[in-house]
Design a protein around this ligand. Sequence first.
Ligand code: MG
Length: 380
Amino acid sequence: MEAASRRSPETAALIVGAGSGTRFGQAKAFYIWRGEPLIYWAARPFVRSGRVAQIVLVVREDDLTAAEELARRLGPGTMAVAGAASRSGSVRCGLSVLRPSIARVLVHDAARPNLSQELLGRILDHPGEAVVPYLELHDALHRREAGSTAAPVDRAGLVRVQTPQMFERRLIERAHAAGQDAADDAALAESLGVEIAFVRGEEENLKVTTRDDIGRLDRQWGGMLVGHGYDVHRLAEGRRLVVCGVEIPAQRGALGHSDADAAAHALMDAILGAAGLPDIGHLFPPSDPRYLDADSIVLLGEVMRRVWELGLRVSNADITVVLEQPRIGPHRDAMRQRLAGALKIDPERVGLKATTAEGLGPVGAGEAIQAWAVATLRSA
Ligand code: MG
């Protein structure tokens, strides 16, 4: 791999995302998926490969500042430029900022956020002067005219074409020199009489075109995120006992810096864990006086704000509280309501079970309250 990359000509990638996203309902490049704009996910495989010297994000004028910030986060060698009204025009904007040393150019759609290293490697390793990933057509094709099915189309020789498409720089510059517009760069290269080398593409490398494609991306990505949380607090006289945001009458309450709501804390850690965020000890350090006697449901609201910022929502949560006394049962509905309100989900999606420790250990002796929680998250 290292030897191959040393031999490879210096390569740039143009990530083209200056379209208005008519079929999608908004500009796609900055649609947030898994906490980042699609164009970030589209550019990242090129950074990760370590084989692309310059990456250019080509975006709408309005998105330029946001794209420059993304470019900084993606790392050195990444920059952003404003594109044009047409896709081909945007490619030309990208070509105009290439370093002189660049000998090959990859052109990739900002709306393809799921490019694998395997596919990128197949393209980069190919010696052709124009290399294009393709997929076979398996469905029958018909030409539909005026709403009715007319003649079947012979699919022999037809393929579906993806990006990234890779070209020798002199070739793509020549293809664009006339300022023509085309559906993709392969079409322009073909118009020069260049022989296109086809490499096998991947179904997973889908182009987000409609809202349904976001669901497809989620399913490919694995769909559901699961997190787990645990907490324990000592019990002492003279303290309030707050469980799942509801204060219940008790001889002994929970000791802690905040309201010491062990169940809410376990739930927050489950949600943060699923979202890949740091735990509540990091978010709300006990050393911070702002969290003295804090209502943990308010803190849960802050956790949810961060989760929603990542484009995620809670699907369901399930909590087990272990407490010798008093009984949780009479307060269960109020607790589920309070949690569901903060999570902005139906109370039926919040499981809450309580048990005792059967007199065993410190929990059984009434010295502590324990809680476990599991939460599942999905894209919003
Ligand atoms: Mg705690």
